[in-house]
Design a protein around this ligand. Structure first.
Ligand code: ADP
Length: 449
């Protein structure tokens, strides 16, 4: 087992990894930007190294600074968390070249799955059902030709896309001209490549994803699904497991398809296969080769600590259990709480003057916040994840309502009021929602004003 792990991240996920390491008797090294010297992960870690100025490109994305920090402190492994360098195959390779273990999948599989076009090809071979789509598009004319083959509406996507960027829908040829140009321009700005392709645009799907765990010896299990359909701008807001849309048979079927595909792909460590689900059918979207923000809901119902498993697997341990050993218990829901205006979603950094997190049975709060902490304006606005677990969906919902009521965060605006509103809507209570539900709800609120 590792003696010392460097955590190449910040915020609640840095803390999450620190906690797993601590419980495994592993020492931790925090890295931080100049803006994060007061952060909780820095305070709790055994050692901390400042790796650069506030801008992420100069700090959390600065590969050589992070590797130097690992050398100086004698860390034998690096956990990348999510976001930042977590899906960079180049970083994973660089880490391994320096004789340090990267806690994640092999760089080759990261590279294959990080490119949406090669990922689609590999996934079809591995037996995953995918959305009808095109190869890389060469021109507007080529795009229109493919749109006719697939049939409108379609969605143009960046091959290197992530975080919901570089995606544009088109319902006809006229819109396609704009969608193609805009997606390409956005991709050029945000990613290393401006190559785009297209997929059939599903109009009322749910987003359902499968968590898999695989060791370095070909043993693979799935840990069930997560329904992440409550989204805004293609970004998840609330997640739950199990999905209210699936029955046991569908759940087992898609679970086995995902498990088997991970086996065929030769996948290792933790990963998530994202699907859209419409009219009883699944369509594979992409695989995230890292820990997901919403992993705690799976931990709640499976009793498996996914971060500890990532570390164990990276250190060369065998999974040690098989699919039949995994039991799911109850229902879990997560709310992502952001420091944002709940109406306009404008980021709201600043000083937390008062902080009281809810507690009690079945309530988990993952957050880096403490009273007096100043949220810097440079990073993602998520400041806490509230996860509740109950015997049934209804019990989890009642608990979520209670926990949100107890939560006190003062000094900045947060999205807590929005969560309270969402979970009191009949559609949400009935589990009747798709990926467009939240945006429709926000629009109807706007027009009611
Ligand atoms: P990213 O890598 O940027 O997160 P994804 O491919 O995972 O992009 O898609 C993110 C979200 O965009 C999905 O959860 C869904 O809401 C929407 N989306 C993506 N592809 C499609 C599609 N073919 N049809 C309808 N919605 C889609």
């Amino acid at each position: 087992m590792f003696e010392k792990v460097l955590i190449a991240n910040r915020g609640e996920v840095a803390l999450r990894i620190h906690r797993a390491c601590r419980e495994m008797g592993i020492k931790t090294v925090a890295v931080h930007s100049e803006a994060d010297a007061d952060a909780m992960h820095v305070r709790l870690a055994d050692e901390a190294v400042c790796i650069g100025p506030a801008r992420s490109t100069d700090s959390y994305l600065n590969m050589s600074a992070i590797i130097s920090a690992a050398h100086i402190t004698g860390a034998d492994a690096i956990h990348p968390g999510f976001g930042f360098l977590s899906e960079s195959a180049d970083f994973a390779e660089m880490v391994e070249e320096h004789g340090i273990t990267f806690i994640g999948p092999r760089p080759e599989i990261m590279r294959q799955m990080g490119d949406k076009i090669t990922a689609r090809e590999a996934s079809i071979k591995a037996g995953l059902p995918v959305v009808p789509g095109s190869p890389a598009l060469e021109s507007v004319e080529h795009a229109i030709e493919w749109a006719h083959k697939i049939g409108y509406p379609v969605i143009v996507k960046a091959k290197d896309g992530g975080g919901g960027k570089g995606m544009k829908t088109a319902f006809n040829d006229e819109e396609m001209k704009e969608a193609y140009t805009m997606a390409k321009a956005e991709a050029k700005n945000a990613f290393t490549s401006d190559v785009v392709y297209m997929e059939k645009y599903l109009q009322k799907p749910r987003h359902i994803e499968m968590q898999v765990l695989a060791d370095n010896y070909g043993n693979v299990v799935h840990l069930g699904e997560r329904d992440c359909s409550i989204q805004r701008n293609h970004q998840k807001v609330i997640e739950e497991t199990p999905s209210p849309a699936l029955n046991q048979k569908q759940r087992e079927e898609i679970g086995e398809i995902a498990r088997h595909a991970a086996e065929v792909l030769g996948y290792n460590n933790a990963g998530t296969m994202e699907f859209l689900y419409e009219d009883g059918k699944f369509y594979f979207l992409e695989m995230n080769t890292r820990l997901q923000v919403e992993h705690p809901i799976t931990e709640a119902i499976s009793g498996i600590d996914i971060v500890k498993e990532q570390i164990r697997i990276a250190s060369g341990a065998q999974l040690g259990y098989s699919q039949k050993d995994i039991q799911f218990n109850g229902h879990a829901i997560e709310c992502r709480i952001n420091a944002e205006d709940p109406e306009t979603f404008a980021p709201w950094p600043g000083k937390i003057t008062e902080w009281h997190a809810p507690g009690g049975l079945g309530v988990r709060v993952d957050s880096e916040i403490y009273s007096g902490y100043k949220i810097p304006p440079f990073y993602d606005s998520m400041i806490a994840k509230l996860i509740v677990h109950g015997k049934t969906r209804n019990a989890a919902l009642m608990r979520l309502r209670r926990a949100l009521e107890e939560f006190v965060i003062e000094g900045v605006k947060t999205t807590i009021p929005l969560h309270q509103e969402i979970i009191s809507q009949t559609d949400f209570i009935d589990g009747q929602y798709n990926i467009h539900w939240l945006e429709k709800f926000m629009n109807s609120k706007q027009s009611a004003k």
